[in-house]
Design a protein around this ligand. Structure first.
Ligand SMILES: C[S@@+](CC[C@H](N)C(=O)[O-])C[C@H]1O[C@@H](n2cnc3c(N)ncnc32)[C@H](O)[C@@H]1O
Length: 290
């Protein structure tokens, strides 16, 4: 009898089975597993779909709802968001960013094992082939484009014909591994790409003081984010207090002052440091704490 062995790895990526039995993608070059604890779909549902109240916001939105997806990777976040909202009569524009499409190609080849591609294979194949895709799936009109390249470099260029987002799925590797994606200049630039008249929220799996200070200094309001099953607390930033249930308060500010890892990364090099006097001044002047 012949046995067919399905390849489960490509040069840079492999499938891994998490402790709960769910499959995810691992990058060998970065030595990082995407969504490493509860798995891709459970994490995306908790961190983005529920926390951002995407069903309610998309249902109430009259025009195109714009989502920036920073760190497209294997597309678990965007596909989970689409599946969770596919029955709403709506138009969603996805703008994805990554410097490689390899994890997405790999994940599409292993869509059955990963379990979150069902029905979206043609959309993803179109995106991979053309860099953009448009389809109506369920009641939802989906327009998707991907920008392949270094995200910090893309942000520094202000001449973009990309609509400002209503939500940002920010999913880079951790600051220790991927410092270039967590600097204060990057988030200052990201904040400048938002439309002040368009409410926008951005969650992250991290609750690190360094990250929260960075987002505050970049111009965001910042709040405590939901637990995800993996983390007991995450972080949610927005350009309006109206999108935050639990804004960070002065008690948090005092704790940040005592933290040994609170000063933002000013350049793409990871290090830990307490707040400088200048950063402390700027934090106290933030409208959130007035
Ligand atoms: C944790 S993975 C994203 C997982 C993905 N969101 C998903 O749902 O499958 C992080 C992604 O960020 C991308 N990335 C890291 N540094 C980048 C950079 N400087 N510019 C653009 N993308 C970057 C990596 O290529 C990787 O695909």
């Amino acid at each position: 009898m012949r046995t067919t062995v399905r390849p489960v790895s490509a040069p840079g990526y492999s499938l891994v089975t998490l402790a709960n039995g769910v499959r995810s993608v691992r990058s060998h070059a970065e030595a990082e597993t995407f969504h490493p604890v509860i798995g891709p779909v459970a994490e995306a549902e908790a961190l983005y779909v529920r926390q951002l109240r995407l069903r309610e916001r998309i249902a109430a939105h009259p025009g195109e709802f714009v989502i920036w997806d920073v760190g497209l990777g294997a597309a678990a976040n965007v596909l989970t968001v689409l599946r969770a909202t596919h029955d709403l009569p709506c138009a969603v524009r996805l703008v994805s960013f990554d410097h490689t499409l390899e994890p997405l190609r790999f994940a599409l080849q292993h869509g059955v094992e990963l379990g979150y591609f069902g029905g979206y294979e043609p959309l993803v194949a179109e995106l991979l082939a053309a860099g953009k895709a448009e389809q109506t799936i369920g009641s939802q009109r989906v327009s998707w484009q991907v920008h392949v390249g270094d995200f910090p470099t893309w942000l520094r260029n202000t001449e973009h014909a990309v609509p400002a987002p209503h939500a940002i799925l920010f999913d880079a590797y951790s600051p220790a591994k991927n410092a270039a994606m967590w600097t204060l200049p990057l988030f200052t630039s990201l904040f400048r790409h938002l439309d002040p008249a368009r409410a926008c929220a951005m969650p992250t799996y991290s609750r690190a003081t360094l990250l929260r200070v960075t987002w505050l200094l970049a111009g965001f309001y910042v709040g405590v984010g939901h637990a995800t099953g993996e983390k007991d607390e995450t972080t949610l930033a927005a350009n309006t207090l109206a999108l935050l249930d639990e804004p960070l308060d002065r008690k948090w500010l005092e704790r940040a002052r005592r933290s040994t890892s609170a000063e933002p990364l000013h350049e793409p090099k990871y290090r830990q440091a307490p707040l400088t006097a200048e950063t402390w001044e700027r934090l106290q002047a933030h409208p959130q704490f007035q």
